[in-house]
Design a protein around this ligand. Sequence first.
Ligand SMILES: C[S@@+](CC[C@H](N)C(=O)[O-])C[C@H]1O[C@@H](n2cnc3c(N)ncnc32)[C@H](O)[C@@H]1O
Length: 435
Amino acid sequence: MQEATLSARRGAPSSEEDDGRDESKTKKPSRLAVNVSPYLGPFVASAPCLAITLPLLILLALAVAILSRSRSGILVSPLDTLPRVPLLLGSSLEGLASDFGSLGVPLCRSKHGKIVEWTSKDLLKGLEEFVPIYETRPIKNNMYGMGFDHSFGLWFMARWLKPDLMIESGAFKGHSTWILRQAMPKTRIISLSPRHPEKYLRKGPAYVDANCTYFAGKDFVDFGSVDWASVLKKHGIMDPSRVLVFFDDHQNELKRVKQALKAGFHNLIFEDNYDTGTGDHYSLRQICDQFYISGGGHSCFKDSDEARIRMKRKKFWEKAVDIEELCGQGEAWWGVRGYMRDDFNHSNKPISYEEHIQNSRFIESVLDIYWELPPVAGPSLTHQTRYDPARAPNPIIEDGKFGLFRRLGLTRFEASVFNGYTQMVFLQLSASATR
Ligand SMILES: C[S@@+](CC[C@H](N)C(=O)[O-])C[C@H]1O[C@@H](n2cnc3c(N)ncnc32)[C@H](O)[C@@H]1O
C-alpha cells in the first residue's frame, strides 16, 4: 500500500462490510526514521568507531546521571503534571527531549486525587512476564489493531484488576480478545463488533475465543443499546463494578462514559485516547484539555511560543500537529479543530468552548481515577517515529536503558509493533456516579 494512503487520517469505515480499521496504527517506521536515526545513533548498540562514540558516550552518561536524578522511573500518579526534563544535550537530540515541558500535557482530574495501586516496579515486572506471552500471539501482523504497548497495558490491567467479566467493544480480528484471555484464562468475555472475528479466518490468522459471547455479525448490538442488566444476570454477574470494559471501537468517549455509568460499570479502559487535534473520536485527553488544567488550553497565535514549539516537534514526530492543524475556524483548538468527532469520524459536530468546558466538568465529577499507560520504552530504544514522546507520560524503560530493553527481550520485536501508542487510559468511575 502507498505510504501516502497509509498516513492519511480518515474516517475509517465501520460497517460490517468495510470494518472500521484503525489506521492510526498502520504506519511503519519510515521517512522520519531516516530523519531521526542520526540523532538516535549514540543510543543504539553498535559503536563503529570509538573515537567518535567515546565523547558521545561520556555525554550520554552525564545526561543519564542527571536525568535519573531528576525523575524516578515512571510516573503513575494521575496528578502528575510535572514539567518534563529540559533539553540537556544540545540541539541534535531535540526530537527526544520535551519542549512541552513549559506547556505541559493535560490530564483528567479526578475528584479526590485517587491513584492506581500499581507502581513502576509492578509495570516492569509485568513487562518481563508479558514479552514471552506476546511472542506467542496468533495474529502477528495486527495492522489496524493494537501493537505492543497497548497489548501490554490491557493484559497488565486485566490481570491486576481480576474482573468477574470482561467486555470488549471493537474486536477486529480478535487480537485484544486473545490478550484478555491471556490475562484471565477462565473469565468470561463478551465481545461486541460489527464483523465477527471468525470472518477473518478465511484470509489469515484471527482469534475466536471459546469462552466468549459474541454480539457480532448478525447478532451485533452497539454497547449503548445492550440491555446490560439482563445480559449481566444471564452471565451470573451481580455486581457491575466487578466488570472490566475495554473500548476499542472509535466512538465518542464522552458518549461511552455516559453509557457505562448508566449500566453501573466502574472500570473502563479506552484504547485510543487521542491528543487534542488528532484522531477520529472525541477522547478523554481531548475532553480534559482545558485552560484551567495545568498544561491545558492552546494558543492559535501564529507568533506564539506554542506555535514555534509545535512546528519544531512536527519535524520529528508524525502525529505531532502544528498550529495550522490544531486550530479551526474562530481559533477553535478543542477536540479536533473545534469538532467533537464520533464513530471513526463518520460523524462530527462543532461544539462551542462552553460545551467543551461542561464536558470536562462532567467527566471530572464522575472520575475516581484517570491513569494513562506510559509507553513501554523511549523512542531511542523502540525506534518508533509516530507519537511525540513529549505528549506522553515518561516511558517504563527510559531512553538510554538499552541493557534493560534487551534483557527483557524487546529487541526481538519489529519496530512497527511499537508504533501504535495513543495514550491508552484506565478510568475508574466513582461509585456515587454509577448509582
Ligand atoms: C481498531 S479495531 C479494533 C482492534 C482490536 N481491538 C485489536 O486490538 O486488534 C476497531 C473495531 O471496532 C469495530 N467497530 C466499529 N463500530 C463499532 C461499534 N459501534 N461497536 C463496536 N465495535 C465497532 C470495527 O469493526 C473494528 O473491528
